[in-house]
Write a protein that binds this ligand. Structure first.
Ligand code: BGC
Length: 380
C-alpha cells in the first residue's frame, strides 16, 4: 500500500495512563475513594514520568515518524493559578526528546484528567471552566512553538460520560453513563477558546472524538441518530472550523428501537469485551468528513486489547487497508496512530486490558517490545 507523502505513522499514550503518581489529578482521587469504580489504582503506572526517553527511543526504533502523548494539567497547575515552572520544563524536555528522535510530536493538552481543584469547583460544567482551561493553555503556549498538531481535549464525548462515572446510580449500570449535557457544553466552549489560543503559536489546533460506528437496525434509524447526537455528532460538528480532526475508533455499536444492543454472542471480542471490528477507523473517518467536510483528518487512536499478538497485527493491517480505501475516495487523511505504545492503566479497568505494542513489567518497569510493534513493516 502506498500512502500520501508526509503521512504520519505513530503510536499514542496519555500522561495519567503511563506516568505514575499523578496525585493532584481528579482520577487519583477517584481511584482512592472507598466506592471507586476503578479495578485498581494507577500507582506508578509505567513510570514514564522518568522513563520517557526510553519510551521515545522505542517509538523511533519501530520505524514510526510521530508520537502522540499528553501533558498533564494536574501537574502543571496543582492549585488554581499556581503554575509549576519545573513541570512545564519537564514537558519541554519530553517534546524536545521526541523531536530529537526524529518524531513529530502530537501534543494533547488534556486527556481525561483534570486538577483536583478544577473538579472540586464544578469541572467542565462550571461557569468559568473555559476561562480556567484558557488560562492553562496560555501558560503552556511557550511549549508549542512550531507547527505541532495540538489536541486541545481528548475524546470530549467520552470525557462527558466519564464525568458521571462516580455518581452512585451510574456506577451500577454496565457501560458508560449518558453524557452530561452541561459538561459537553463546557467542553465545547473550552475547546473553542483553546483553538484560538493554540493558533497564536502557529500550531495546528483540533480535538479527537471517539467515533463509535453506530449501526441502526432496520427501522431504528431515528433512534440511532438521536442516540448518536449527544454521544458523538455534536462533537464532530464542533470541529467544523478546526485545523484538523482526530478520529479514535475501536469497534462498532448496534442501535435498536430501545437503544444499544449487547455484542452478538457469536462475535469475536477483545479483552475489553468490544467486538473485533477493524473497519472502525475507516467508518469513523467517513462519518467525520460527512459532518465536518473539508477538515483534514487523522486517526489519532485505533487498536485492540489482546494477549494474542497475531490478532493485534491482523487488526492493524486490516484497519490500515480500510483507511487506505478512505484516502482513495479523496478524503484528506493525514495520519494513523496505534493505541497504545505501552500496556498501561486502562482507566476503570485498571491494568487488565493489554492495548500495548510494548509490555511493561509492573515491578521493574522493564519494557518488552512485542512482535506486533513492528506493524509498520506489514502495512507499508
Ligand atoms: C482513550 C484512551 C483509552 C482507549 C481505550 C480511548 O477512549 O482516549 O485513554 O485507553 O480509548 O479504551
Amino acid at each position: 500500500m502506498t500512502f500520501p507523502e508526509g503521512f504520519f505513522w505513530g503510536t499514542a499514550t496519555a500522561a495519567h495512563q503511563i506516568e505514575g503518581n499523578n496525585i493532584n489529578s481528579d482520577w487519583w482521587e477517584l481511584e482512592h475513594r472507598a466506592d471507586t469504580p476503578c479495578a485498581e489504582p494507577s500507582g506508578d503506572a509505567c513510570d514514564s514520568y522518568h522513563r520517557y526517553p526510553e519510551d521515545i527511543a522505542i517509538v523511533a526504533g519501530l520505524g514510526l515518524n510521530a508520537y502522540r502523548f499528553s501533558i498533564e494539567w494536574a501537574r502543571i497547575e496543582p492549585e488554581p493559578g499556581e503554575f509549576s515552572r519545573a513541570q512545564i520544563e519537564h514537558y519541554r524536555r519530553v517534546i524536545d526528546t521526541t523531536r530529537q528522535a526524529g518524531l513529530k510530536p502530537f501534543i494533547t493538552l488534556q486527556h481525561f484528567t483534570t486538577p483536583r481543584w478544577f473538579h472540586q469547583r464544578g469541572g467542565w460544567a462550571a461557569a468559568d471552566a473555559a476561562d480556567r482551561f484558557a488560562r492553562y493553555v496560555e501558560e503552556v503556549l511557550p511549549l508549542l512553538t512550531r507547527d505541532e498538531y495540538v489536541c486541545t481535549i481528548n475524546e470530549p464525548n467520552i470525557a462527558s460520560a466519564l464525568s458521571r462515572l462516580s455518581e452512585p446510580a451510574t456506577m451500577q449500570t454496565a457501560g458508560l453513563p449518558a453524557p452530561d449535557i452541561a459538561v459537553s457544553d463546557g467542553l465545547s466552549r473550552a475547546h473553542h477558546r483553546a483553538v484560538e489560543i493554540v493558533r497564536t503559536a502557529g500550531a495546528h489546533a483540533g480535538w479527537a472524538v471517539a467515533t463509535q460506528a453506530f449501526h441502526a437496525l432496520p427501522g431504528a434509524e431515528e433512534q440511532a441518530a438521536s442516540y448518536a447526537y449527544e454521544r458523538e455528532t455534536r462533537f464532530l460538528q464542533a470541529a467544523r472550523e478546526d485545523d484538523w480532526l482526530g478520529v479514535q475508533a475501536y469497534t462498532r455499536t448496534f442501535i435498536g428501537p430501545d437503544g444499544p444492543l449487547p455484542v452478538a454472542p457469536e462475535a469475536k471480542v477483545t479483552q475489553t469485551g468490544w467486538e473485533y471490528w477493524p473497519p472502525a477507523a475507516a467508518f469513523g473517518l467517513r462519518q467525520a468528513t460527512k459532518i465536518a467536510p473539508g477538515v483534514p483528518l487523522l486517526v489519532t487512536e485505533n487498536g485492540i486489547a489482546t494477549d494474542n499478538d497475531q490478532d493485534r497485527l491482523d487488526y492493524v493491517a486490516d484497519a490500515v487497508a480500510h483507511v487506505r480505501a478512505v484516502i482513495d475516495e479523496g478524503i484528506d487523511v493525514r495520519g494513523y496512530f496505534y493505541w497504545s505504545l505501552l500496556d498501561n492503566f486502562e482507566w476503570a479497568s485498571g491494568y487488565g486490558p493489554k492495548f500495548g505494542l510494548v509490555a511493561v513489567d509492573p515491578a521493574t518497569f522493564q519494557r518488552t517490545v512485542k512482535s506486533s510493534a513492528r506493524w509498520i513493516d506489514v502495512v507499508r
